[in-house]
Design a protein around this ligand. Structure first.
Ligand SMILES: [Ca+2]
Length: 227
């Protein structure tokens, strides 16, 4: 019996110190002692924070680069589509980003000119900006050399005097480079006697107001599908 107690005491005496050492090691591993130098600890913290921020920035950069690649792809496809040559139907000629047709052999009233252009699938021509206007004048001048030619376009103030609108519903631009002068007065200046817009040959085909019942040539327009 005494022998058994001695052996048990030896076993306990050996095992207990080992268990204490293991716990201490585990604690030190997961809870390292505070650094004696507080400045050094703060530096470590800042460096760790910097590392996290850099990682976040890198991830954000990767996301941005992916988005930019996607946008570039879309722009490339769009540019390719826009640069594809689109032909205009029938006698229409491609002018800038639209199709124009000058019916130079027939003189009709403004209303009849609209019906004529609508029968062709379009309407009287409108110009959304100075560039489109310049393209149209270039086309008209290439077809009619006679400077007294007058051509209907799709603008009028017949609904409310002085409120000039395109047939597309938008307000017409005023002044240079669209409107010309008549007797040194800037058009439109003819009042209720003139409610429809023309390209006036004697003034270099700048826009003038004219009597809607006069008979002139028609400038028809069909817009391209991608406009
Ligand atoms: Ca008028």
């Amino acid at each position: 019996m005494r022998l058994i107690v001695s052996v048990f005491s030896m076993v306990i005496g050996t095992a207990w110190p080992l268990e204490e050492n293991s716990v201490d090691n585990l604690y030190d591993e997961h809870f390292p002692p505070l650094h004696p130098n507080c400045t050094q600890s703060l530096t470590d913290l800042l460096l760790l924070r910097q590392e996290v921020l850099l990682k976040e920035l890198k991830e954000a950069e990767q996301v941005s680069a992916g988005a930019l690649r996607e946008m570039l792809h879309i722009l490339t496809v769009k540019t390719s589509f826009m640069s594809t040559e689109v032909s205009c139907p029938g006698n229409f000629r491609k002018c800038g980003d639209t199709c124009l047709y000058l019916a130079k052999d027939t003189d009709v009233t403004w209303d009849a000119a609209r019906f004529f252009c609508q029968d062709l699938g379009g309407d009287l021509a409108v110009f959304r900006d100075a560039s489109a206007f310049a393209e149209a004048l270039k086309y008209v001048k290439s077809l009619v050399a006679v400077t007294d030619t007058v051509v209907w376009v799709g603008g009028s103030d017949h609904i409310a005097e002085g409120e000039w609108r395109w047939v597309s519903g938008e307000d017409m631009p005023r002044g240079t480079p669209f409107w010309g002068d008549y007797n040194y007065v800037r058009e439109p200046a003819q009042g209720t006697a003139a409610n429809c817009a023309v390209l006036y040959g004697p003034d270099g085909f700048l826009i003038h107001d004219a009597n809607c019942d006069s008979k002139f040539k028609s400038l028809c327009q069909i817009k391209l599908m991608n406009n």
